[in-house]
Ligand binder design. Structure first.
Ligand code: 13P
Length: 344
């Protein structure tokens, strides 16, 4: 029986499970590899990702799906098995990043603001990705807080592109992850949690309006937002409880209950903070949607370090990854506690 968009979206946010964002572009993965002094080649990228995808217990129990980059969805493991087959064998759904990156938005704020590109030819690319096994996709819009930013032009252009992308995905039988990210690494010292709240609210309102105009079925999407959190440069940082409360408040104000699930990005939070915030929010239930993770850095940082590019460290890398997957799986149920980190 073919699965509907709603079936896939619900599976992506199944209880105790979340999404691994392993869709770093070639430039981003090179930066990650630079940090452990490993050369980024097609083979090292394959080895690293194969290590994650072969963490069978973690994948089976806590990773509902994996967002891949174009190179990875076509890659085979060292023994010749397609990486997509390894994921499917663990019951984890393959997904694909389809945007082609955030580019300078022309206009008065072009030095700061971007619009995410990738709509040209997207219908054809989605058809190919579906054949390659992808059942969901991702498109990330970037909203920056700075002097005079965000502009309405930026929020609107990005929301419009997200909606066109989402409609094309659904036409292709692919669930769109809709990711409008208000970034926390702005340079603005007055970027406190309330500024983030206001900008996140504006961004989500605009995004859902454009999704409506584009005829996107909310039952067949997953929203991937930022949490409401102070900027990294802001002297006034908020408590974990405040982050959780304000994030839930803005989501309740903006996200219709037809949306099956919300899977957060980690955005530069430490591994444990990202886990703690998610757990606190889930403990505030009942909520109208499932709340889970779609972390990149906060799921991978420890594993990347433990691996360090050496084949003899694969088991250690997998242990580190499995630990974070388990902690975040508990957070998705509101059952994480700090002492569980120490127990490992
Ligand atoms: P981070 O969790 O590292 O922010 O990455 C998630 C992601 O997919 C960003 O697009």
């Amino acid at each position: 029986m073919t699965k509907t968009l709603a079936d896939i979206a619900n599976a992506m946010v199944a209880p105790g499970k979340g999404i691994l964002a392993a869709d770093e572009s070639s430039g981003t993965i090179k930066k990650r590899f630079d940090s452990i002094k490993v050369e980024s080649t097609a083979d090292t990228r394959r080895d690293y990702r194969e290590m994650l995808f072969r963490s069978t217990e973690a994948m089976k129990n806590h990773i509902s799906g994996v967002i891949l980059y174009d190179e990875t969805i076509r890659q085979k493991a060292k023994d010749g098995t397609p990486l997509v087959d390894i994921m499917n064998a663990a019951g984890s759904i393959p997904g694909i990043k389809v945007d082609t990156g955030a580019k300078a938005l022309p206009g008065p704020t072009s030095k700061i603001e971007t619009v995410t590109e990738g709509l040209d030819g997207l219908r054809e690319r989605l058809a190919e990705y579906h054949k390659l096994g992808a059942r969901f996709a991702k498109w990330r819009a970037v909203i920056t807080i700075a002097d005079g930013c965000p502009s309405h032009n930026c929020i609107h252009a990005n929301a419009h592109a997200l909606a066109r992308y989402a409609a094309l995905c659904q036409e292709a039988g692919i669930v769109p992850i809709v990711e409008p990210e208000v970034v926390m690494d702005g340079t603005h010292s007055t970027h406190d949690i309330d500024t983030c709240y206001d900008v996140t609210q504006w961004t989500l309102k605009e995004t859902f309006q454009e999704l409506y105009f584009a005829g996107v079925a909310l039952e067949g999407i997953v929203l991937k937002p930022n949490m409401v959190i102070a900027g990294q440069k802001c002297a006034k940082q908020a408590s974990a409880q405040e982050v959780a409360e304000k994030t839930i408040k803005v989501l309740k104000a903006c996200v219709p209950s037809a949306v099956p699930g919300i899977a957060f990005l980690s955005g530069g939070q430490s591994d444990e903070m990202a886990t703690e915030h998610l757990s606190l929010m889930n403990a505030m239930g009942p909520l109208p949607w499932r709340l889970t993770f779609s972390y990149g850095r906060a799921l991978q940082a420890a594993a990347l370090k433990a691996w360090g590019g050496k084949s003899e460290n694969v088991a250690a890398g997998q242990r580190a990854f499995a630990h974070r997957a388990r902690m975040n799986g508990l957070a998705a149920l509101g059952k994480w506690e700090p002492k569980l980190e120490k127990a490992a």
